[in-house]
Design a protein around this ligand. Structure first.
Ligand SMILES: C[S@@+](CC[C@H](N)C(=O)[O-])C[C@H]1O[C@@H](n2cnc3c(N)ncnc32)[C@H](O)[C@@H]1O
Length: 497
């Protein structure tokens, strides 16, 4: 389908009839006896057609869409079916109380809501959004997304979830898997009366030519809330045995609850603090490559700077590799810790100061607000830990769980950029020991039990800061080595969560 501005604003990806039929067939197998079927974003109506093709005797089949041309077309196309009622309706102006009075029968909400986020809509200047105050008030600002960006389908389906909660109605929608997880989290957080929820993966590329993890999300209303409700994930619509179960513990989603429960003792918080590398937001000025013994900046200018503030550097692309090569990049590290006075550079390294002055117009106009009240030429993500001789690092950009030991180069500690996370150590034996713990199958399984691999960036500092190294050592029978290794350290023992 050609992606016009309107296609994007209305998240308009019409479901092919064969997929709509597969979904309807999947629901039929559940033998749930619905009397009314509602497709709240019916579009050209392939779900309505798939439902009609089952020859089941539904009392009413309702289709709504905001697009008047679709409604006109579908009305004509289904005019011979007296049980079908197609109307133009903006989902966000639906009167849910009225609908509740009108629908006293078990109903099934089905379909494929718009695939678009509020941020994408804002770029298009589209008004196709829920009343934000209502949506947020409902959930608490970051109760679900954790961010102000949300999928329009998420806000629509939360309305439907609340509607079916406590009754006999159900819902089945084709959505992004990431949205399905947020809906499951919403059910758990808000203790909705839902008895069954499941995710069934579909091939979004095959059916919609979009490269995103997508699924059929199913939820069934119930008379009361079910504690510890799990969300089984099936690899396809035909699969009858789930690949794994998602869980919700301590207000957090768990990707694989069975694996997680075996390793739950590791989830006690890390004794050391995982930090991200240096943030400077001015690659062309602050980063250098070596050319014939000289530093070359991002403008291809060869510069002659004192060694004082120059450090070898790795980026995510270096850290993610299985074999670490010698550093090819260097970074101008203007501070030893956040807030340090940078004016000293003029005395300690005059050539570096002149260089910084030359590019002050770029450094002073860095967009992030963190630089506004900071000293001129300030950087972030810097502290004592930056200059420790040994680090265990992982890339936050790449989708692998590969940890690497980083040491010194030419008598200087190697620093990392802000796409990497690290633990820093004074002694190499400590870094080696921690690397052995983090590279173990136990840690890899623990992390896999927490991360959703289809998330864009699944390695985060908060994820890493959950890993208790002593617990891993315990699993591996290395508790004695652990105690020996860190006998001089003041270990902070976090309590569970
Ligand atoms: C992903 S398409 C799916 C259409 C149809 N359900 C199907 O599966 O083929 C999303 C549909 O939602 C409709 N839509 C977008 N915003 C809407 C709104 N606020 N109210 C009702 N329908 C809306 C679009 O016009 C589009 O037809």
């Amino acid at each position: 389908m050609k992606k016009t501005k309107s296609t994007i604003a209305f998240g308009d990806f019409q479901t092919p009839l064969p997929l709509a039929k597969q979904v309807v067939n999947f629901i039929d197998k559940k033998s749930l006896n619905f009397e009314v079927i509602i497709e709240p974003n019916c579009g050209l109506g392939n779900f309505v057609k798939a439902i009609l093709s089952t020859n089941k005797n539904y009392k009413k089949i309702i289709g709504w869409d905001i697009n008047k041309d679709y409604i006109k077309f579908l009305k004509q196309d289904t005019s011979k079916y007296s049980q079908v009622k197609i109307d133009r309706q903006d989902f966000f102006s639906l009167n849910w109380d009225l609908l509740n009075c009108q629908l006293q029968k078990p109903s099934l909400f089905i379909g494929n809501p718009p695939w678009v986020t509020n941020t994408e809509l804002a770029k298009l200047n589209s008004k196709n959004t829920p009343d934000k105050s209502n949506f947020y008030h409902y959930q608490g600002l970051d109760a679900i997304t954790g961010k102000s960006n949300f999928d329009i389908s998420e806000s629509m389906l939360i309305k439907i979830l609340n509607f079916i909660s406590g009754g006999k109605s159900a819902m089945a929608f084709l959505i992004k898997t990431s949205v399905a997880r947020k809906l499951y989290a919403y059910i758990c957080k808000n203790e909705l009366a839902i008895s069954e929820v499941s995710i069934h993966k579909i091939d979004a590329w095959k059916y919609f030519q979009v490269n995103v993890s997508a699924c059929l999300f199913f939820a069934q209303g119930n008379s009361c809330h079910i504690k510890n409700l799990l969300c089984p994930v099936y690899n396809s619509l035909n699969e009858t045995i789930p690949n794994h179960n998602i869980g919700f513990i301590n207000q957090k989603l768990i990707a694989n609850i069975t694996m997680y429960k075996k390793l739950i003792d590791i989830d006690q918080g890390c004794e050391f603090k995982w930090r991200s590398g240096i943030k400077h937001d001015c690659n062309k000025v602050m980063e250098f490559e070596l050319r014939e013994g000289n530093l070359k900046n991002g403008f291809d200018d060869l510069v002659n700077l004192e060694n004082t503030y120059i450090y070898p550097m790795y980026k995510s692309s270096d850290i993610a590799k299985n074999t670490l090569i010698l550093p090819r990049k260097y970074l101008l590290v203007t501070q030893k810790k956040i807030g340090d006075n940078t004016a000293n550079i003029s005395i300690l390294a005059p050539k570096t100061w002149i260089y910084l002055q030359k590019y002050a117009y770029l450094l002073d106009s860095r967009k992030s607000s963190i630089y506004k009240s900071a000293p001129q030429f300030a950087i972030f993500g810097v502290g004592e830990y930056t200059f420790k001789p040994f680090k265990i690092a992982i890339s936050g950009l790449y989708k692998n769980l590969h940890f690497t030991k980083v040491g010194c180069f030419n008598n200087k500690p190697i620093v990392l950029d802000d796409t990497c996370y690290m633990l820093s150590f004074d002694y190499e034996y400590q870094a080696d020991f921690v690397l052995s713990l983090l590279s173990s199958e136990i840690t890899q399984n623990f992390l896999k039990s927490l991360v959703f691999e289809d998330n864009k960036r699944f390695i985060t500092a908060s994820l890493l800061n959950r890993i208790n190294l002593k617990a891993i050592a315990f699993h591996l029978g290395k508790e004695k080595e652990y105690n020996e290794c860190f006998k001089k350290e003041k270990i902070v023992q976090y309590s569970l969560f």
